[in-house]
Design a protein around this ligand. Structure first.
Ligand code: NAG
Ligand code: CU
Length: 358
């Protein structure tokens, strides 16, 4: 017993020492109690599916006969009007080759091994700059209609940093959670070959390519050293299903769709992966954040593809209650240039230049 505990801790020490974080001396990074992640301020609460259905019915009933065109017709017009050269295709994880998967992970490890810009004092790597950016802007970009737009540009910022600073020459993969709803642990994403286990009950992830990852940013708006932890809950990820995605995409207006998506599959995926991912502020510290957010972004794009006007119009309000317009700005601090909503509505336009494989 004693021996196995000792060798287990030595194994932890060895992998921590191999990490890029440059910890001072030998330090075993411990998990934080789950309630710390669960109790940081939440800007949206996960919405049960039947509540989302009722919300949709209320919206549908409020649309008058004359507004019939605002109802979604359910038809998907595949948008092929790419105006950027060399469009990147974000492929679903299961359709990526092992080489593509490894290139993605290598890009993340590269950002983790690079020094921080210094713009965020809590960040200890270029990767953590991104986590700190999200932490800082959390109250502005969740729980209001900027949510989908800001996260689209934030995810693109990460992709562009991987490409320009780390030699990544692919596109981000995405996780089709509808195929693994309620059973994320069955996806090879959460395996020892790739991102490590999800079934660790709130403890540190000790296998996979991010085993014993040390995190310096969060939880919440504070900062303390902790490990990458997860806490799989299939009853929560069960809501990341096709019916829920379809229900959100049935809204004819951006505001209705976006609110449904944020409190729906988006929130359930975060809470169902659990621990670090359950903390809104610091969740990008778990590298599976990007696979989840490309899924959310892809669902938004599917909704946009159903009507040509949806890449040219916007509705809803920001945190302060001001109406969003095509000229409302989306900012990621100094990490990339500030853009306007009109620049990020069409992912196949010049600024973003990507699409999803399905
Ligand atoms: C939406 O409203 C239309 C028109 O009143 C109605 O025909 C349709 O059944 C409604 N859909 C749902 C899902 O309630
Ligand atoms: Cu977020």
């Amino acid at each position: 017993m004693r021996t196995s505990v000792l060798s287990a801790s030595l194994a932890v020490v060895a992998s921590v020492a191999a990490l890029p974080q440059e910890l001072p001396g030998i330090k075993i990074v411990l998990p934080l109690p789950l309630n710390i992640f669960a109790e940081t301020p939440k800007l949206v609460t996960p919405v049960p599916f039947d509540v989302a259905v009722e919300k949709f019915k209320a919206w549908n009933a409020s649309v008058t006969i004359g507004d019939a065109q605002k109802r979604d017709n359910g038809e998907s017009l595949l948008s092929t009007r790419a105006t950027c050269g060399n469009i990147r295709v974000r492929k679903e994880w299961d359709s990526c080759s092992d080489n593509e998967r490894q290139a993605f992970i290598n890009g993340i490890k590269c950002l983790m091994s690079r020094g921080p810009s210094g713009q965020f004092s809590q960040s200890k790597s270029r990767y953590e700059d991104l986590v700190a950016l999200h932490q800082t802007l959390t109250p502005n970009v969740h729980g209001n209609d900027k949510f989908l737009l800001w996260h689209r540009y934030y995810t693109w910022t990460f992709e562009d940093m991987m490409r320009t600073e780390c030699g990544f020459n692919g596109a981000l993969p995405w996780f089709d959670e509808t195929r693994y709803a309620g059973r994320f642990d069955q996806s090879s994403i959460f395996s020892e070959r790739w991102f490590g286990s999800i079934n660790v009950g709130g403890n540190c992830v000790t296998n996979g390519q991010f085993a014993n990852l040390a995190i310096n940013v969060g939880p919440g708006s504070g900062n303390q050293l902790h490990c990458l932890a997860r806490n799989n809950d299939g009853s929560k990820t069960a809501n990341c299903n096709q019916a829920y995605v379809d229900q959100c995409n049935a809204f004819g207006d951006y505001h209705g769709m976006a609110e449904c998506a944020e409190g729906g599959p988006h929130a359930w995926g975060h809470n169902g992966i659990g621990a670090v991912m359950q903390d809104t502020f610091g969740s990008p510290a778990d590298p599976t954040f990007w696979l989840h957010h490309t899924f959310v972004d892809r669902n938004f794009r599917i909704w946009q593809n159903r009507d040509g006007g949806r890449v040219n119009s916007i509705s809803g309000t920001d945190k302060a209650g001001n109406r969003l317009t095509l000229d409302t700005t989306i900012n990621v601090y100094d990490m990339r240039r500030t853009v306007r909503i009109r620049d990020v509505l069409d992912t196949t336009a010049e600024t973003l230049c990507y699409k999803y494989n399905y």
